[in-house]
Design a binder for this molecule. Structure first.
Ligand code: GDP
Ligand code: ZN
Length: 464
């Protein structure tokens, strides 16, 4: 039994609801084995408590009230602390239909389990010290990953790639504090000054490590959440054709956004590992025609939300007032200008276009002939990575909560530096350093409150 999670035993369906080859009900807590024992009859006649850790047993689930057989099942036991939650865990693998899964779940509840809250298994893993908070968050990132590159970042974070770096930084800050505090005890002024000078050097090093880490945040966020992309251009310029070409060749995944009505969906296109989230407003499936359907005013609002704009022009016609209206949406936005229909005789003056593009990349493409799409893809990859190392080679910050904490820590280190430069006493430097140490601890969950922890785990699905 864990001190932190009480002796509550929790249960939930761990697999997706729907038809599947198998489905799994997971039970975690001190009563997990006892509960399973009441529901399971093994083929061999052995009892459930004879099951050793990491062993399986084949048999049937029965309803103890009626003696009725509910399903054929395999039981898997993982004894504390060698389990996901560090508690006794039993998994019941049954047939993967919604009815058998719900029946068996209900039976576990009747036998004394409590229905798990969203993310509660992972929360227990965190509270029992098996995962830190950044690793727990990586679990949900793995489940929701949109491309191989997104998955790589999440797996790196689950393995502790980010946590390790943050811990090393915290340790370095703690040593600075210790050094300053040791010097305070000496009566000689020059010893304190020398310590401050040493620490100034160490702060500069820590800042540079933090800055390197923070430089991955933009790409990391895009890999986790997708690059919100909108395709704009006047009617008939080829927006739908481009979208369809991308979806035909690069469609990654389509997901329902949790907590919203079912008709809002997100489409992701996988561009060299970067999930492009094609912005879709409720009901308008053909995003490409947003401008035609909703007009320039609302297109402006869409453009505001976007990380990337793909702006289409028609190579076969001179620049029109409609083109100019669309081009005027560009200032302040990251965009690639695509001159489509380049297979047709050119009538568009590119010099005129460049008056509007402000040095943004202009590519000639022909969606009809599938020309220039590889160059577009490469341009997007270059734009997102911007010369950075790719995932897997280094720790990536992929989460806004983490980047905010790291940025705050960096600010506190700047403060500490300024304090030293101003010749202030060591105690003042220590105050800044302590705050930096706190902020860093938010990433791994060492210094966050219960409210933040709860908020993180409620974003999980039930059964995880
Ligand atoms: P939208 O109104 O911007 O969504 O434009 P559509 O994608 O519906 O395309 C309008 C017309 O242009 C269709 O007849 C397409 O087949 C045609 N079209 C799209 N791309 C090209 C291209 O690269 N070359 C040529 N010649 N026609 C194209
Ligand atoms: Zn269209």
């Amino acid at each position: 039994m864990s001190m932190l999670t009480g002796d509550d035993t929790i249960s939930a369906i761990a697999t997706a609801i729907g038809e599947g080859g198998i489905g799994i009900i997971r039970i975690s807590g001190s009563k997990a084995m006892a509960i399973a024992g009441k529901l399971f009859i093994s083929k061999s006649g052995k009892t459930v408590d004879s099951l050793l850790s990491h062993q399986v047993m084949y048999g049937h689930i029965i309803d103890p009230a009626s003696g009725e057989t509910v399903d054929e099942a395999i039981l898997l036991s993982m004894r504390a602390p060698r389990s996901y939650t560090c508690e006794d865990v039993v998994e019941i693998h049954c047939h993967g239909g919604p009815v058998p899964l719900k029946r068996i779940l209900d039976l576990t509840l009747v036998q004394g389990a409590r229905l798990a809250e969203p993310g509660e298994f992972t929360k227990r893993a965190f509270l029992n010290g098996r995962l830190d908070l950044a690793q727990a968050e990586a679990v949900i990132d793995i489940i929701r990953s949109k491309t191989d590159a997104s998955l790589k970042v999440a797996v790196g974070n689950l393995s502790g790639q980010l946590s390790e770096q943050v811990r090393a930084l915290r340790h370095a800050v703690l040593r600075m504090i210790a050094q300053l505090e040791a010097a305070i005890d000496f009566p000689e002024e020059d010893i304190e000054e020398a310590a401050a000078a040493d620490v100034a050097q160490l702060i500069a090093e820590a800042k540079s490590r933090l800055t390197t880490l923070l430089a991955t945040a933009q790409t990391g966020r895009i890999l986790r959440e997708g690059l919100a992309t909108v395709i704009i251009g006047k009617p008939n310029v080829g927006k739908s054709s481009l979208l369809n070409a991308l979806l035909r060749e690069k469609r990654a995944i389509v997901t329902d956004i949790p907590g919203t009505t079912r008709d809002i969906i997100e489409e992701y296109v996988n561009i060299g590992g970067i999930p492009l989230k094609i912005i879709d407003t409720a009901g308008i499936r053909d995003t490409a025609d947003v401008v035609e359907k909703i007009g320039v005013e609302r297109a402006k609002a869409l453009v505001e939300q976007a990380d990337l704009i793909l702006l289409l022009l028609d190579s076969s016609a001179p620049l029109s007032p409609e083109d100019r209206a669309v081009l005027e949406l560009l200032p302040g936005k990251q965009a690639i200008v695509l001159i489509n229909k380049s297979d047709l005789p050119a009538r568009l003056e590119t010099e005129e276009v460049e008056k509007y593009t402000g040095g943004r990349l202009v590519l000639k493409i022909s969606v009809a002939r599938e020309e220039g799409l590889a160059a577009l893809e490469q341009a997007i990859v270059d734009m997102v990575y911007g010369g950075q190392v790719s995932p897997g080679e280094a720790a990536f910050v992929n989460n806004v909560r983490h980047s905010a904490a790291l940025r705050a820590a960096l600010e506190r280190l700047n403060d500490a530096e300024a304090t030293i430069e101003a010749g202030m006493p060591s105690d003042c430097i220590v105050v800044d350093l302590r705050e930096a140490w706190e902020k860093l601890g938010a990433v791994t969950g060492d210094t966050v409150g219960e409210d933040i922890i709860d908020q993180i785990f409620t974003q999980f699905c039930i059964g995880k």
